[in-house]
Design a protein around this ligand. Structure first.
Ligand code: NAD
Length: 431
């Protein structure tokens, strides 16, 4: 199947390369022409494990290419995927202006039957606005398919190649048949396909993300109670996760979820409830618990060190989670801002996200590894659960520092190990 992928961000690039790997012929287009030139030279613009190999393999086989020519990319394709960004806009609603802009352009280019597959996360009902936008100019028939994406940054390639399910919101059997062909590689290995209407497919994406966010906020709230009552949240989470009805994933206390999806999609969900005149009780509670988690980092820093003026803090991990260079809505952004306001000197280190973080905070110090980052620090704060932070020699780290405080909001160390190394240690919910 000939496919055009519009948008070459975290979703578009992985999905484009993944669909090529399933045997489709994929042309990726982006309005950022510099990005397309970079991709054409063999550059990989984002950090994502396995993406480079996947892209190179498919470019070599002639199944994956990049183009700044929208007309020929659309004309030569049967399926046009929309994977442009839908960032948070006003009143929590996503800003769909990029999406609508490209839909008007695509409408003018449609010359024979196409399937327009929406991968971007969009509020329920957007498929109909997109259909009307395209229909204004289209000279041939087309179908709109809602095909939300569930990949996670950090394991995006694996998630895309081996998904739990494919969701397809369709209006015609012709469109469903075309999409089955696109995902033939997965169909053959019996990946479940949920084929439904467009509104339901759009709702599935929001309900899934809101549920995941709820799990995170739930365990974060339990962690607060554990701190007060002397229970250990790590053991609590492990034991409740053994119950098949609950499951072990997304039950790790943290400085709150960040990234480009959960925060924005939760806000979008709240706004959909409000427009429908229904009180969004759970999503609102999840939002408020999540923002309180970031403040809890600052509260715990002060419990360990008191007044922060003139103190030195090291932030280990700047991305919103491990295995990505994405800093959108990263809790580290908030923590650094607050500590700077308190007069703290900051040094940061991250295995992949320092360049992106520098766009927000060019003035703080950056180090080349965790030990160098901790030199002469009063406190080390582990904000992201990168594997390399799990394997630190805590005694060496402690010796490098001038202070003895270790704050571990991800609970990657056992409190007794940290104390044995000489630290005054605080985790989240460790009693
Ligand atoms: P991104 O910001 O990384 O990438 C968006 C890309 O779209 C950019 O390269 C941008 O230049 C391009 N673009 C914007 N307007 C364009 C236009 N008019 N024409 C062509 N290209 C255009 O975004 P992302 O993280 O890949 O997310 C894309 C969508 O997928 C969003 O709706 C997001 O909510 C959803 N999603 C993201 C993830 C994730 O983990 N990042 C997971 C599932 C779903």
């Amino acid at each position: 199947m000939r496919i055009c992928m519009i948008g070459t961000g975290y979703v578009g690039l992985v999905a484009g390369a993944g669909l090529a790997d399933f045997g489709n012929e994929v042309t990726c287009y982006d309005k950022d022409s510099e990005r397309i030139k970079f991709l054409m030279r063999g550059g990989i613009p984002i950090y994502e494990i396995g993406l480079g190999d996947l892209m190179r393999r498919n470019v070599q086989k002639g199944r994956l290419r990049f183009s700044a020519d929208l007309k020929s990319a659309v004309n030569s394709s049967r399926v046009v995927f929309l994977a442009v960004g839908t960032p948070e806009g006003n009143n929590g609603e996503p800003d769909l202006s990029d999406l609508f802009e490209i839909c008007s352009e695509i409408g003018r280019l449609i010359n024979d039957y196409k399937v327009i597959a929406i991968k971007s996360t969009v509020p329920v009902g957007t498929y109909e606005i997109i259909r009307r936008r395209i229909a204004e100019n289209a000279r041939a028939a087309f179908d709109i398919v809602s095909n939300p994406e569930f990949l996670r940054e950090g394991s995006a390639v694996q998630d895309f190649l081996l998904p739990n399910r494919i969701v397809l919101g369709v209006q015609s059997e012709r469109a469903a048949e075309t999409m089955r062909e696109v995902y033939r590689g997965l169909y053959l290995i019996e990946t479940p396909m949920v084929i439904t209407d467009n509104a339901t497919a759009e709702m599935i994406k929001y309900a899934a993300n809101c549920f995941l966010a709820t799990k995170i906020s739930f365990i974060n709230e339990v962690a607060r109670l554990c701190d007060h009552l002397g229970a250990d949240v790590v053991t609590v989470a492990k034991a409740i996760g053994m119950d098949g009805r609950i499951g072990p994933k997304f039950l790790h206390p943290s400085p709150g979820f960040g990234g480009s999806c959960l925060v924005k999609d939760l806000a979008g969900f709240v706004s959909m409830f409000e427009k429908a005149g229904i009180e969004p009780q759970i999503p609102r509670a999840v939002q408020s618990i999540n923002s309180a988690q970031r403040d809890l980092v600052i509260i715990k820093v002060k419990e360990l060190l008191g007044d922060m003026r003139g103190k030195r803090a090291t932030i280990l991990g700047l991305s919103f989670k491990s295995n990505t260079d994405d800093v959108r809505n990263s809790a580290a952004l908030y923590v650094v801002e607050k500590l700077l306001e308190e007069g703290t000197e900051i040094t940061g280190y991250d295995p992949a996200a320092m360049d992106n973080f520098k766009n927000h905070f060019p003035g703080i110090t950056y180090a080349e590894n965790a030990y160098a980052a901790c030199r002469d620090a009063d406190i080390a704060i582990i904000m992201t659960e990168w594997n390399e932070f799990r394997e630190l020699d805590l005694k060496v780290l402690k010796t490098a520092m001038r202070g003895d405080a270790l704050l571990d909001p991800r609970n990657i160390y056992h409190p007794s190990d940290a104390r044995k190394a000489g630290f005054r240690y605080a985790g989240f919910g460790r009693g």
